[in-house]
Unconditional design. Structure first.
Length: 575
């Protein structure tokens, strides 16, 4: 297909996800859109659309309209996606918050977004109350699980009297007809926050077309027969857009659980009949470390996305019978510019025929050829950290420090450029300088290092920015240092990653300089940290030192601290 044909298809698929949902609600009203495994609940396309309409109408009665921002601080993913679609129905902005946040992380994001209201749930109210003095008198919508719901709590804390409260259940009693608001591909839909390396977290403003391009390539691998398994949170683009929105565009089903469980994973896959899932790096070692057994291959997963792609992905595929493994590069700001399809096992050695759903292997290969995706047979080797080739709507380049293109095999900055407007983020919310910097010289700069291979494919090398990848989250060293430095006994901190002992992720390290005469120890510091940071941000290793090695311009030489600790721990550098 040429680019113009691709553009016509992108638009004919439907630019606005709520309109696509309404179309499927008319075409296949009784088909299950969401199976909520926590409560064994099936929600059809028609019912989901009606519930989202009710929420949209209800939000309007509360004064919410097009362009207003609604923050969501929710653990329950079903409530989150219903509210998300209801928010879009009236043209408001979906602004999710990481449910692990507390203290200044939480208050910063709420205040930075400056929402018109906040939707939260009973279990998280204590965290909101803790930062009430840092927040304006926001209206709250409160989800209160009823007795019998899996997440009901009898000891629920009431919101502080500072906040006016509306029950989420009240929104579900409104009119169920489509709201009928006409939205455009360029209209803003979301603010999703991403870690800042040299400052506070940044809110990524997405237009609707971003979600269309982000799901486009992977939804072409799906059919309405497929079942997408999801245990990712709805504050990430992976769960909310890559999985849920992709299911809507494909007209298939999403099976939903609250969080990943290595012990329940395979039972869930079998119970819901899943044919596809995402395995983030931290998940793969947990599954592979479980005792092998005859049930390992008795599952329907024939298309599995692994990100990042582990070097031993075919060992994983052979053990669990994954027919096709997909890889790529996904990002909050730019979506899905790279993709590769890799055969995991030989034909006939994968998913049992009676459990197979969706495109057959020959059809998947035809899809790859139609859209220009690389398709790698089972006998063909690929380089380490392979990310595939550019997807149709993106230019991809590896650039040097002057934004000139690097030759093949030379490490540089991974950069993207869209071929259509409104495909990437519009901006970092209220951060024009950061927006200008990331789009310098008409390229979007990812902050990651990569190499371009001679065949036009790309391989990830390392992060150039100050991110730490741990427990499936991108962590900003700046944010961890900012919290540590607020401790009265700490003069300065230096936070950086070291390779984790399992998988491709990293452990957080904190080097601490105490205030003169202070005897702060590790146990006391860890107790203090636990009340101020989500668990995924907690340092795995803490060291107290008298000073840091520094450059002549007084910058901390973290690489020297990293070398010192890796030698102490016996961790070999990654190649």
């Amino acid at each position: 297909m040429n680019l113009q044909e691709m553009i016509r298809e992108l638009k004919s698929d439907g630019e606005i996800v709520t309109e696509v949902l309404e179309r499927w609600a008319q075409k296949t009203p009784q088909k299950t859109l969401v199976y909520y495994g926590e409560e064994d609940r099936h929600i059809s396309y028609a019912e989901f659309n009606a519930l989202a309409n009710s929420i949209g109408h209800g939000l309007r009665t509360l004064g919410i309209g097009q362009g207003d921002r609604v923050s969501l601080f929710l653990f329950n993913p079903l409530v989150a996606i219903l509210a998300m679609v209801g928010i879009w129905k009236i043209g408001a902005w979906y602004c999710p918050i990481n449910f692990n946040y507390k203290g200044r992380l939480l208050s910063y994001q709420i205040n930075d977004t400056n929402p018109k209201l906040l939707l939260t749930e009973s279990s998280l109210v204590p965290l909101v109350n803790e930062v009430r003095d840092e927040l304006p008198a926001l209206p709250l919508i409160l989800h209160q699980p009823a007795p019998g719901d899996h997440d009901h709590r009898a000891d629920a804390t009431a919101p502080d009297r500072k906040f006016s409260v509306t029950a989420f259940g009240d929104l579900l009693r409104g009119p169920r007809d489509n709201v009928g608001l006409a939205l455009r591909a360029r209209d803003a839909a979301n603010i999703v926050y991403t870690s800042g390396t040299t400052g506070p977290a940044k809110g990524v403003v997405h237009p609707y077309r971003y979600m269309n391009q982000y799901t486009f390539n992977y939804r072409k691998l799906m059919t309405p027969e497929d079942v997408i398994y999801n245990d990712l949170p709805m504050y990430h683009v992976g769960g909310a857009f890559f999985n849920f929105n992709r299911a809507v565009w494909a007209g298939c089903t999403m099976a939903l659980w609250d969080k990943f469980s290595p012990t329940l994973f395979w039972q869930r896959i079998r119970d819901c009949g899943a044919s596809h899932c995402i395995l983030l790096d931290v998940m793969v070692p947990w599954l592979m470390n479980a005792p092998a057994g005859p049930q390992d291959r008795l599952n329907g997963l024939n298309k599995v996305h692994m990100q990042p792609l582990p070097n031993y992905f075919r060992d994983v595929a052979r053990r669990f019978g994954f027919d096709i493994v997909t890889c790529g590069f996904g990002q909050t700001e730019s979506g899905n510019p790279l993709l590769g399809l890799l055969e995991g096992v030989a034909e006939g050695e994968g998913t049992p025929p009676e459990l197979y759903k969706g495109h057959a292997r020959v059809e998947l290969r035809a899809v790859a050829e139609r859209y220009g995706y690389p398709y790698i047979p089972v006998g063909q080797r690929i380089p380490e950290r392979y990310m595939g080739r550019p997807t149709p709507f993106h230019e991809v380049a590896v650039l040097d420090d002057e934004d000139e293109e690097c030759p093949p095999g030379v490490l540089g900055h991974l950069c993207f450029r869209p071929k259509l407007p409104h495909m990437y983020m519009h901006e970092y919310f209220n951060k024009p300088e950061a927006t200008r910097k990331v789009f310098a010289n008409q390229w979007f700069h990812t902050g990651d290092g990569a190499i371009r291979n001679a065949d036009g494919s790309f391989c990830f090398v390392d992060r150039i920015g100050g991110f730490i990848r741990s427990r499936g989250e991108n962590i900003s060293s700046y944010q961890v240092e900012d919290i540590l430095n607020s401790h009265e006994a700490i003069m300065a901190s230096a936070v950086f990653p070291v390779p984790a002992r399992e998988g491709e992720e990293e452990d957080v390290v904190a080097y601490i300089i105490r205030q003169p005469g202070n005897a702060l120890d590790e146990a006391a510091l860890r107790g203090w940290i636990s009340g101020r940071m989500p668990k995924f941000m907690w340092p795995r290793h803490i060291r107290f030192v008298d000073d840091f090695p520094r450059t002549p311009t007084n910058k901390v030489e973290k690489y020297k601290l990293k070398q010192e600790l890796m030698a102490e721990l016996g961790i070999a550098p990654r190649t």
